[in-house]
Design a protein around this ligand. Structure first.
Ligand code: SAM
Length: 677
């Protein structure tokens, strides 16, 4: 993504990026390989691409030895410029499997400005049958060409973050640190734009103190750029006919003392707290936010005690079906960038968790457009975002009707991979992750100890290293000072009428969303809703709310509602629950700020919003929160869980730095101080 924070149009980014322009070339041995017509260069050597990768990138970063010796609880992290077909990264994965200990993990971060299409990727990988199973994991999860970070879980121990966009741009937004760099990309003479000083500076800023790099090129301006950014380099013999290449490491003496906070120099309150042990973590709240964070931590090796006073998915995550639905602002902003990333992430994550679609469905979702003004807004939205049609596209009323399977009188936005989830089944599935232990109890108190936290759970005490609150609207109890609103929502359910002699009634095939929503029926039951009542925390069912839901159903899907004409609202089933919302409608996900200290440390913002501060944000050590997911938790919670688990394990973050900060639970404190509240 391009744009900088000083620009008034900084969020008016185009999300789609251009695919690679390719030609396929075949060598004497009948091996086919992609060739970039845009850059007039090869992706890899057709004769011995794997050998070249091993020689240049793997051995010259000393990976076999370093991976064998890796004992840290954080993953070994490799950064790359130019993902291409992924040959380098998949070879690094194979090297990791061969050399690393069973407990070790690997994190791959790779940037790519012009990703291959899925078809091209499949075709390229036919050249390397030895890596077929690894390639299949990559191809299965291959993201659409949308700018930003796409996190793929390649296997239980290996994560790949694909940063789609220009390398220097992406790496300057990276919130994470790298142990070894693969400096790839087309030859500097053919692609000078990539090999620019900003790239080397961003690499240096994202390097661990002992980081190394290797690159096939020896070009003078690359050597000078690396040295100026603070890397030591030396020439070593190159691969095959290439006489020389470069390898080197971060020069610690070149690192400015203030660098640790320089990326957040203007916003030191968002500086993350130092990493702490996470051997045993308590997660309070077993809805989608809590169970997804529990599973994310357990996968990384934590023992997790998942605590809930009423059980799994008993609160706002207990509805029969939840829509995978985002309502993106017409003009892109930080919030819409987050929700779009979250939607794409959650779709991939669900497909891995439940490939058979037992408890979720990617049947597609239609967001109805409404009147002429709505159509104009839709047109602007599509123009501004410029997303691929595999993510969202416009659908005229006739097309929307044929997609929905019922008559619709409105145009729509169509999200083909969205759909619905059975959140109760999902939460149970996540709570059953090995390493997670569920405990039904009320959290009565918590006290900081020398090494962590002491909780009182009902009658039993529990000592843990860290605590994550995923307590929805009940987070008020623990979040003194963070603005949070309770919003009651009631869904209604109705059994579909029995089949008649003239056949079945209309069958809805996709999720429909307008002011309300209606799901494709499940086991003969239609779920629709939901009401939205701010500052109301009552969970008793109300007939008046069923009436409202029926009225909304009649507006959204008259063809369905007709079947229930004249029905008494009291005959609806349903469920009411309370969701939590922040004032800006973005979730809170991150470390828990010490509110009183923030207010005193940054009080001067009230007089001067541009004032610079030295002191980083003060956080309760080892306390985290994921809440305020509103009615979009099914989309937002899984990525927020990854964000928290990544921070606890000192890994690269799954979102760009500005989006991580946008989710920070302390952001409203700063906004309020600036406004003098
Ligand atoms: N590492 C790749 C592999 O294992 O297949 C081969 C990389 S290929 C030689 C170079 C890649 O760099 C291409 O995929 C190209 O699209 C990408 N690229 C070129 N310029 C870029 C830039 N400015 N930012 C990010 N990627 C870029």
């Amino acid at each position: 993504m391009t744009g900088n924070s000083a620009s008034p149009h900084r969020h008016a980014l185009r999300y789609s990026i251009r695919h690679a322009e390719l030609d396929w070339r075949v060598d004497d041995g009948d091996v086919e390989a992609p060739f970039s017509t845009a850059y007039d260069d090869v992706y890899f050597s057709r004769q011995d691409g794997r050998e070249e990768t091993r020689f240049v990138f793997i051995d010259n970063n000393d990976l076999p030895r370093r991976l064998a010796a890796w004992r840290a609880r954080r993953p070994f992290t490799i950064g790359e410029t130019g993902f291409g077909t992924g040959l380098n990264m998949l070879c690094a994965w194979a090297c990791f499997d061969e050399h690393a200990q069973a407990e070790a993990r690997l994190h791959l971060v790779s940037t790519e400005k012009h990703p291959l299409t899925r078809e091209a990727l499949e075709r390229a990988w036919r050249s390397w049958p030895q890596l077929a199973s690894r390639a299949a994991s990559l191809i299965d999860q291959w993201p659409p060409a949308v700018a930003g970070i796409h996190r793929l879980q390649l296997d239980a121990r290996v994560t790949l973050d694909l940063h789609f966009g220009d390398a220097a741009d992406c790496l300057s937004r990276l919130d994470g640190q790298v142990d070894a760099w693969f400096l790839d990309g087309f030859a500097p003479s053919k692609n000078p734009d990539m090999w620019r000083p900003e790239l080397f500076e961003a690499m240096a800023a994202a390097s661990r103190p002992e980081a190394t790099f290797a690159t096939f090129t020896c070009a003078g301006f690359v050597r000078r750029g690396l040295a100026a950014a603070g890397f030591r380099w030396r020439k070593v013999p190159g691969f095959g006919r290439k006489r020389e290449m470069l390898r080197g490491e971060r020069d610690e003496s070149a690192r400015p003392a203030s660098e640790a906070i320089s990326a957040r120099a203007a916003t030191p309150w968002f500086q993350p707290p130092p990493a702490r042990p996470a051997a045993h973590v308590a997660v309070i709240g077993a809805g989608i936010a809590g169970t997804s964070v529990a599973a994310a931590l357990a996968r990384r090796g934590s023992r997790v005690t998942l605590v809930d006073r009423t059980g799994i998915a008993a609160g706002a995550s207990g509805n029969p079906q939840a829509a995978l639905y985002v309502k993106l602002a017409i003009e892109p902003n930080l919030q819409s960038r987050f929700y779009l990333a979250a939607l794409l992430y959650t779709q991939r994550w669900l497909a891995r968790l439940d490939p058979q679609r037992r408890w979720w469905s990617d049947c597609g979702l239609l967001q109805l457009t409404g009147d002429a003004r709505g159509i104009e807004r839709q047109r602007r939205f599509l123009n501004l975002y410029d997303l691929p049609s595999t993510v969202v596209s416009a659908s005229e009323a006739a097309d929307a009707t044929s997609l929905a399977g019922i008559d619709l009188d409105q145009a729509a936005l169509y999200y083909p991979q969205a759909g619905w989830v059975d959140p109760v089944a999902l939460c149970h599935h996540l709570a059953a992750t090995p390493g997670v232990e569920t405990h039904q109890a009320e959290l009565r108190s918590l006290r900081e100890t020398e090494s962590g936290w002491q909780l009182q759970l009902g009658q039993s005490p529990l000592r843990v290293d860290q605590v994550v609150f995923a307590t929805g609207h009940a987070s008020h109890d623990w979040l003194d000072g963070l603005p949070l609103q309770s919003v009651r929502g009631q869904v209604s359910t109705l059994a579909l009428p029995q089949q008649t002699e003239s056949g079945n009634g209309p069958t809805l095939e996709r999720v429909l969303c307008a002011e309300g929503y209606v799901m494709p029926a499940r086991d003969g039951m239609l779920t629709f809703g939901a009401t939205f009542s701010p500052n109301d925390a009552d969970t008793t069912l109300r007939e008046s709310d069923h009436r409202r839901n029926l009225d909304e159903l009649a507006r959204t899907a008259p063809a369905l509602a007709r079947q229930f004409a004249g029905i008494n609202p009291a005959s609806c089933g349903g469920r009411a629950s309370v969701r939590a919302a922040s004032p800006d409608k973005t979730p809170y996900a991150g470390p828990l700020p010490d509110v009183a200290r923030w207010r005193s440390n940054y009080a001067a913002l009230g007089k001067d919003a541009k004032r610079r501060f030295d002191c980083p944000g003060s956080h309760y050590p080892g306390l985290w929160i994921t809440t305020a997911h509103g009615s979009r938790g099914m989309v937002s919670a899984p990525l927020c869980a990854e964000l928290i688990a990544s921070r606890l394990y000192d890994e690269p973050m799954p979102l760009e730095r500005e989006l991580v900060d946008h989710l920070h639970p302390g952001r409203r404190l700063i906004a309020d101080l600036i406004r003098g509240r």
